[in-house]
Design a protein around this ligand. Structure first.
Ligand SMILES: Cc1cc2nc3c(=O)[nH]c(=O)nc-3n(C[C@H](O)[C@H](O)[C@H](O)COP(=O)(O)OP(=O)(O)OC[C@H]3O[C@@H](n4cnc5c(N)ncnc54)[C@H](O)[C@@H]3O)c2cc1C
Length: 428
């Protein structure tokens, strides 16, 4: 028998979590499908447990479910929240990200999903989709125990890669060269202050010359030694070239190359004085992908709209982060900060694939150009778009209309009731 849902969410990263919780808390019957064994996506399995940015110019600009998850995970992890009142700009943006233990976040997510009545399928991938009628999708899932078909009125693609949207024949914008990815680990067993950095730099240069090492194994710097890996204990400190990371072949190559990069670094360090006992423990069990493509949406946010802080008439939330395109350069990334007071917004139309009546996207794959996406992809924004997609999916399923045809006032009222900050439109 096919099981029927109002809303089916694919991917349980920050975006999928917020979408599923919002739709379920509002009363929808929700299925959450995740290919990994735990919720959290890049935040947990990618080891990037430091979401940004909830505050801008000393004011909270993103709240709602993403903030609830991040704040409670920080409290449970015993990590103090940043002093947001100090934050006047974004020069030093990493200081204003919320920090917590990835496993604590995953445990909390499971608890919240259970409380909200979301049905979760881990270790599950979507194989095929079939649209029988308006608001009637049949989705074939590949599960540990075989294929299962479910039915849902509205689908939400929160896969980061837009894989569900692509299976539903939505047009994707995929760059031929994407930003490098990162495989984080937890390096211990040494004292960074006791290391001879000069000797390390010389040894690294020799290892790079004879092919035992690549500069990007040790830092984001593609052209020299910076000490980043050892200072950061392996956290978010390498660059792995990514090609088509949204495909099975591309993703497999990436995971193998990520571990090869760590192996080269490990062998190099173990042969150095003071690093003989270095240990690499799991910090992440999958390579974190920064970019794989975006859906071609009813509105694709452009970099000009992002940096000028355009307030869209259908803005569902604010976003705030430097333009942050990682590249193979000496610095690896040169964040471009926003002008003082600038507050970009995200329109509902960026969550609606062009021409779609019953599919929404949330998180990293929302409609945006490459540069705008390099800022919009971060976790606070992913959560905000997830909550907006969850609210729109719930209302569209209840009213049996396309998300784009919803009353914007009803949507924003539900979001505000659920704790989200929605930009006020200027009074005419
Ligand atoms: C190395 C690195 C450093 C970063 N640094 C920061 C930072 O400092 N601050 C910050 O805020 N953000 C940072 N980001 C960006 C941010 O972490 C991600 O862009 C964000 O977490 C994306 O959230 P998401 O929910 O859209 O996608 P994801 O977190 O990628 O979640 C997608 C989920 O979908 C699942 N999935 C994928 N395909 C399928 C499928 N077909 N079926 C079922 N499930 C599927 C995945 O397993 C995953 O759980 C960083 C990213 C990386 C990679």
């Amino acid at each position: 028998m096919t099981q029927k849902y109002d809303v089916a969410v694919f991917g349980s990263g920050m975006a999928g979590m917020c979408a599923a919780l919002q739709a379920a808390r509002a009363g929808s019957r929700v299925l959450l499908v995740e290919r990994n064994p735990m919720p959290g996506g890049t935040t947990t399995s990618g080891g990037i447990a430091f979401p940004g940015l909830f505050y801008a110019w000393k004011k909270q600009i993103i709240s709602g479910i993403g903030w609830e998850l991040a704040r409670e995970a920080a409290e449970l992890s015993g990590e103090p929240l940043p002093h947001f009142a100090e934050q006047i700009g974004m020069q030093d943006h990493p200081r204003y990200q919320v920090r917590f233990q990835p496993l604590v976040f995953a445990m909390l997510c499971d608890e919240k999903l259970a409380e909200a009545g979301v049905e979760c399928c881990y270790h599950t991938l979507v194989a095929r989709t079939r649209r029988e009628a308006e608001r009637c999708w049949h989705v074939e899932l590949t599960m540990i125990d075989g294929a299962h078909e479910v039915e849902a009125k509205i689908l939400v693609d929160a896969t980061g890669d837009g894989n569900l949207a692509a299976l539903c024949n939505c047009r994707m914008n995929r760059a031929s060269a994407v930003q490098p990815a990162t495989l984080s680990c937890r390096a211990s067993g040494y004292d960074p202050a006791a290391l001879d950095q000069e000797e390390l730099a010389q040894a690294a240069a020799a290892a790079v010359r004879d092919g035992r090492l690549r500069w990007t194994d040790l830092s984001w710097n593609a052209c020299g030694y910076s000490g980043q890996f050892l200072e950061q204990h392996g956290n978010n400190s390498n660059h792995i070239a990514a090609m088509e990371p949204h495909t099975a072949a591309g993703r497999s190559r990436l995971e193998i190359e990520g571990r090869m990069a760590l192996l080269r670094a490990y062998r190099f360090f173990r042969a150095r004085k003071g690093l003989e006992k270095i240990r690499f423990d799991f910090g992440a069990f999958e390579t974190g992908v920064r970019e794989s493509g975006t859906v071609d949406a009813e509105k694709n946010v452009s970099i000009d709209e992002y940096v000028s802080g355009t307030l869209f008439p259908d803005a569902v939330g604010y976003a705030f982060y430097p333009v942050d395109l990682h590249e193979s350069t000496p610095k690896g990334v040169e964040p471009r900060v926003l002008r003082e007071g600038t507050l970009p917004s995200v329109p509902l139309r960026a969550l609606i694939p062009k021409g779609s009546n019953d599919l929404l996207v949330a998180g990293r794959c929302i409609g945006s150009d490459r540069l705008a996406n390099s800022a919009l992809r971060v976790q606070a924004t992913a959560g905000m778009t997830g909550q907006a997609a969850g609210a729109a999916a719930h209302l569209a399923a209840q009213e049996d209309i396309a998300p784009g045809a919803l009353s914007f006032a009803t949507l924003t009222a539900l979001l505000r009731e659920s704790g989200a900050i929605v930009p006020e439109q200027p009074q005419l």
